[in-house]
Design a protein around this ligand. Structure first.
Ligand code: PLP
Length: 399
């Protein structure tokens, strides 16, 4: 029997080969602007001090023998507080159904499976553009996708009017995926006033906001401020969902630590939803990992280590912000005829440069600078040492 003859290779991911190509490049000037993870001013990955302290704290504990349930419960409790606020009543009232997830991707996938199971006829609206994996995740969960207009190519900012029109024109009671801070890939977030209007319109339309928060703290430098949008929606009376990741803001990418939470009408509903989400997760991968979540719980439940984490998040954000200023100033010093102010207007890890695929190609061929074909520049890859070289290359390919 020929079991697998019909299996063709999956389409190549345009981003997948990027790191390999970067590693294979022998130029001393090469720069990797593709990675969506934090790098220090030397371009190196960072193990945060708070992680080192938490690691020392849990060293020797019997984690290999620990039943995942207890670790998971602690992680979920602490993660929920981080999103919804320490003193929110409904956390006390157990109105939030939360489960540990395999980082942000796993949290999104778990929600998509949950959505498919309990709202089988529903679809999901994504901002255009959005993180490319959103499309893959909801496609694998067999949920039809729509997009709503978000980014304006001309202004390199938000197309708020079009966004509101699309939200208005979507069928009542639709699922919407929103980036609460540091939108990937554009770096463009609505203002506080715009979020207020979006929340109001969601209320009128009875839409469900699902927040994918992969960069809490890395937009403003402040963990609470970056969660403000979600808290505002909750204050306005929305029931919300949230996918959380500790990959970026704790530098724990490889550990796959995240949380999926759904705010429910009451504790009974929350218990039901939690048990269903656990059942779906259990059938996909059994129980989740223990060591990474132990680390995160150790950070979040110790006020001193948590405060240290907050300062480190701020420092990461500040470094990226400084690089945005340096890059823009360098381009302006080169008398670039283009307007580069969006480098400093956009927030978070990325600058959505508007470079064409040809320009991206040219940067790679002639300057050994690697980035996603959509022109997204990971500002975390920019350092004091390479910012002028990058500015010069950007100037050369756009003049
Ligand atoms: N959501 C968004 C918008 C992202 O940009 C990312 C990572 O790039 C994720 C979710 C998930 O990341 P991870 O699964 O590594 O936590």
């Amino acid at each position: 029997v020929k079991w697998w003859d019909h299996v063709a290779p999956a389409p190549k991911d345009p981003i997948a080969g990027l790191t390999e190509a970067f590693l294979a490049d022998t130029s001393p000037y090469k720069i990797n602007l593709g990675v969506g993870a934090y790098r220090d001013d030397e371009g190196k990955p960072v193990v945060l001090q708070c992680v080192r302290e938490a690691n020392a704290k849990i060293a020797g504990c019997d984690f290999l023998e620990t039943i995942p349930h207890a670790v998971s419960t602690k992680l979920v409790e602490e993660s929920i507080k981080l999103v919804y606020g320490n003193d929110s009543d409904f956390v006390e009232e157990t109105k939030v159904a939360g489960v540990q997830a395999l980082s942000g991707t796993g949290a999104c996938r778990l929600f998509a499976e949950f959505q498919k199971k309990f709202c089988p006829k529903s679809q999901i609206y994504f901002p255009d553009p959005t993180w490319s994996c959103h499309h893959k995740i909801w496609r694998e969960a067999h949920i039809p996708q729509r997009t709503f207009r978000y980014y304006d190519l001309c202004s390199k900012g938000l197309n708020f009017t079009a966004m509101m029109d699309d939200i208005k024109n979507a069928p009542d009671g639709s699922f919407f995926l929103l980036h609460p801070c540091a939108h990937n890939p554009t770096g463009v977030d609505p203002t506080e006033e715009q979020w207020r209007e979006i929340s109001h319109l969601f209320k009128v339309k009875n839409h469900f906001p699902f927040f994918d928060m992969a960069y809490q703290g890395l937009a403003s430098g402040d963990l609470d401020r970056d969660a403000q949008v979600i808290r505002k929606f909750v204050e306005d009376g929305h029931l919300v969902g949230c996918a959380q990741s500790f990959a970026k803001n704790m530098g724990l990418y490889g550990q796959r630590i995240g949380c999926l939470s759904v705010l429910c009408a009451d504790a009974k509903q929350a218990a039901a939803i939690k048990s269903q989400m656990q059942q779906i997760a259990g059938a996909m991968y059994g129980s989740p990992p223990v060591l990474g979540p132990l680390l995160v719980s150790a950070i979040l439940s110790d006020p001193d280590i948590k405060a240290l984490w907050a300062t480190e998040v701020k420092a990461m954000t500040e470094r990226i912000r400084r690089m945005r200023i340096n890059l823009r100033e360098s381009l302006e010093k080169l008398d670039s005829p283009l307007n580069w102010e969006q480098i400093t207007n956009q927030v978070g890890m990325f600058f959505f440069s508007g470079l064409t695929p040809d320009q991206v190609d040219c940067l790679r061929r002639e300057f050994h600078i690697f980035m996603n074909p959509d022109g997204r520049i990971s500002m975390a890859g920019v350092t004091t040492g390479n910012v002028n070289y990058l500015a010069n290359a950007l100037h050369e390919v756009t003049r």
